[in-house]
Design a protein around this ligand. Structure first.
Ligand SMILES: Nc1nc2c(ncn2[C@@H]2O[C@H](COP(=O)(O)OP(=O)(O)OP(=O)(O)O)[C@@H](O)[C@H]2O)c(=O)[nH]1
Ligand SMILES: [Mg+2]
Length: 255
């Protein structure tokens, strides 16, 4: 992962924006990538599944590569979870503005009031560097079958908005261990698991994302030591994010 080529544009970092239902494992995925790349347990993104650890602030996460002040050429942008119903969870339009680079770090999401151009965190003239370069929908395998149509509709709206802005889209399916006992017993069963296959197909048809753009992962959440098989899945998903980000940037360079 250390041998990424510099990007052709003046963009130093591929910006990966994570969105999806609350509690899906967005923040934990960021920590899992950091753990996989740095080879030790880390936890810079607040994650946890209880009310104290919900993501509420728009923030960038960089991952140190080797010496301090040297970072991998991609960053994650973490967002508040989507929820069913109006005035619940992040406002869909906030994510659209974030994708276009209008939202500065530190903005605190407010489910009752959308992000406005008068907000001090509003960037009036974002450059390509500040845009999102790849949108990643994060969905938990266990809860997908019970997600409401309303929530799925919010996700479809976001995927379509990304498509309109020329931002590539993909998905990760988290918590495959919780959804399938065979995977829980041995993560290598992931590609043999009928449960995982069925959930991936459902996600593909629900969001209209091709099956091969959906990556199953098990995040680090209670493990105390590194696990090579888990890391393979996490890094495969990350590689696709970077490849998509680069492709998206290359085609925008031609515009
Ligand atoms: N079993 C299992 N648990 C996971 C996995 N990924 C995340 N979790 C757990 O799920 C809970 C929620 O994870 P978060 O990363 O905080 O979820 P989030 O999507 O950031 O949630 P919000 O910020 O509220 O939108 C935590 O308790 C995690 O430990 C996974 O792959 N498997
Ligand atoms: Mg979070």
């Amino acid at each position: 992962m250390g041998d990424f080529q510099p990007y052709q544009t003046d963009v130093e970092h591929i910006r990966i924006l994570l969105c999806g239902p609350s509690n899906a494992g967005k923040s934990t995925f960021i920590n899992s990538v950091e753990t996989a790349l740095r080879g030790r347990m880390t936890g810079q993104a607040l994650a946890g599944g209880d009310s104290d650890n919900l993501t509420t602030k728009y923030q960038t996460y960089k991952i140190q590569q080797g010496k301090p002040e040297s970072f991998y050429p991609f960053v994650f942008k973490d967002t508040m979870g989507l929820e069913k119903g109006q005035s619940r969870g992040i406002c869909v339009d906030d994510i659209k503005l974030a994708m276009k680079g209008h939202m500065k770090d530190g903005y605190v999401f407010n489910p009752h009031s959308p992000f406005k151009s008068t907000d001090p965190h509003y960037n009036n003239s974002p450059t390509l560097k500040e845009h999102t370069h790849v949108l990643v929908c994060v969905v938990s395998a266990g809860t997908l079958p019970i997600l409401s149509e309303e929530l799925l509709e919010k996700m479809r709206e976001l995927r379509l908005a990304a498509q309109e802005f020329g931002i590539p889209q993909m998905a990760i399916l988290t918590k495959i261990d919780e959804a399938c006992p065979d995977v829980q017993a041995d993560i290598k069963n992931v590609y043999r698991s009928k449960v995982v296959k069925d959930v991936m197909e459902t996600l593909s048809s629900s969001l209209d994302i091709p099956l091969d753009y959906i990556f199953p992962v098990k995040n680090y959440h209670c493990e105390i030591c590194a696990d090579e098989e888990m890391e393979k899945l996490i890094l495969t998903a990350l590689k696709q994010m970077i490849d998509f980000g680069k492709e998206g940037l290359a085609s925008r360079d031609l515009d």
